[in-house]
Design a protein around this ligand. Structure first.
Ligand SMILES: Cc1cc2nc3c(=O)[nH]c(=O)nc-3n(C[C@H](O)[C@H](O)[C@H](O)COP(=O)(O)OP(=O)(O)OC[C@H]3O[C@@H](n4cnc5c(N)ncnc54)[C@H](O)[C@@H]3O)c2cc1C
Length: 353
């Protein structure tokens, strides 16, 4: 596009808003925030993750130094800074404005968004409404991961240490502890919705807190209520573009199966979409069929190999071998697998799962 675009940002929430999220920023997320010149702004808000303490499904423990930067920046802060930056660059931000439906012309082309505060006409709508999205393609294969998490103040976990526990009840998924600023930790669990224990999420969370994190939580005070939010995962990329609409982040199901890491993929897909808009959006006809195929293909090529690796990792964590190895077996064959997964996640931006 040759002329300056007029950008309108809509969100149903009032900012700053809490997002149910571990708020862990992998090296991949940090490298994209660096490209967006946001690192300086968020640096004062971060807590570093210096080491990850992992527990494999059979119970063996080990500690992996992250080696590279991995940060926790509470989403209430991170998302506020990102929205403020968009406004500083000229976007108009309408908070508490809920998108209800895509507006389409008689030919079926998207022409704007119907919201609870009136209709917004647009040459292009970029859907970034997370999961579950009311606008995303419902025909592609997907699975739901349930989550539950909370925040605690005054916990006694060592500074900069994070924890991930692949408890067998979580069916290949994990519980975590991430350190936040001011002595706060966030703790949560992820579990596939069809796992037997997903039907009793609260008692399960209570058991995990007592069995795995009681020592660090001794004397800590819970801050606020436990909160849950579904993550919708996929190992394919469904329809994420039309002539005048695009989908990014979790509304495009771009979240890693296995790790439920999604911030970096949301940021990366936003950057990819912005670059595609700049190069290929024609105001007369929107994206050509070729440009649409290009966005679909680039997104798939960049993200799917990481999703497939993460899916394989979760399957391995739920395998009979992983479950068989007993507590304290440091040399179990599962240990290198978990170690590799953690290192990929927190120690190597390129090969991240
Ligand atoms: C419990 C949990 C823990 C997680 N931990 C991590 C982690 O530590 N690290 C990590 O990388 N990823 C994590 N993730 C995944 C990560 O939170 C998401 O992948 C990421 O937030 C996706 O970003 P997004 O911008 O696509 O969507 P979101 O962050 O969900 O943002 C969507 C926005 O759209 C708004 N919205 C929704 N519907 C409408 C509507 N109809 N109209 C207008 N606005 C609307 C919402 O208010 C929200 O602000 C976690 C997820 C969960 C559930």
């Amino acid at each position: 596009m040759s002329k300056q675009a007029e950008v309108v940002l809509l969100d149903k929430s009032h900012y700053p808003r809490v997002k149910v999220c571990g708020s862990g920023l992998s090296p991949h997320a940090l490298s994209i925030l660096g490209r967006l010149d946001l690192i300086q702004q968020i640096a004062p808000l971060h807590t570093p993750i210096k080491a990850m303490n992992a527990t494999a499904p059979g119970g063996s423990h080990f500690r992996v130094s992250t080696g590279r930067d991995a940060w926790v920046v509470p989403r209430v802060e991170l998302d506020q800074r990102i929205a403020q930056t968009a406004v500083a660059f000229g976007a108009t931000f309408h908070e508490q404005t809920k998108g209800l439906a895509l507006l389409r012309d008689p030919q079926g082309q998207v022409r704007g968004l119907k919201t609870d505060r009136g209709d917004f006409e647009a040459d292009l709508v970029v859907c970034a409404d997370g999961s579950p999205s009311r606008f995303s393609d419902d025909t592609s294969p997907k699975r739901t991961i349930r989550t539950l998490m909370g925040w605690w103040r005054g916990a006694s976990f060592p500074d900069g240490e994070a924890y991930m526990v692949w408890d067998r009840r979580l069916a290949g998924y994990y519980a975590w502890v991430f350190p936040e600023p001011d002595g706060v930790v966030n703790i949560g669990l992820t579990i596939p919705e069809h796992a037997p224990d997903a039907k009793r999420l609260k008692p399960l969370f209570q058991e995990l807190l007592e069995e795995h994190f009681a020592e660090g939580l001794a004397g800590a005070e819970q801050s606020g209520k436990w909160m849950g939010h579904p993550a919708v995962i996929s190992t394919t990329v469904g329809k994420i573009v039309e002539a005048r609409a695009m989908w990014i982040g979790e509304s495009a199901r771009l979240v890693s199966p296995g790790t439920v890491e999604g911030i970096s993929f949301a940021l990366e897909s936003g950057v990819t979409a912005a670059s595609h808009i700049g190069r290929h959006l024609g105001l007369q006809r929107g994206f050509s069929p070729l440009a649409q195929r290009g966005y679909q293909a680039i997104t798939g090529a960049r993200m799917l190999p990481k999703f497939w690796a993460a899916e394989a990792f979760a399957a391995a964590m739920n395998s009979p071998t992983a479950r068989r190895f007993g507590r304290g077996v440091i040399d179990s064959p599962v240990t290198p697998l978990v170690e590799r997964g953690i290192k990929h996640l927190f120690g190597n931006a390129e090969g991240m799962i």
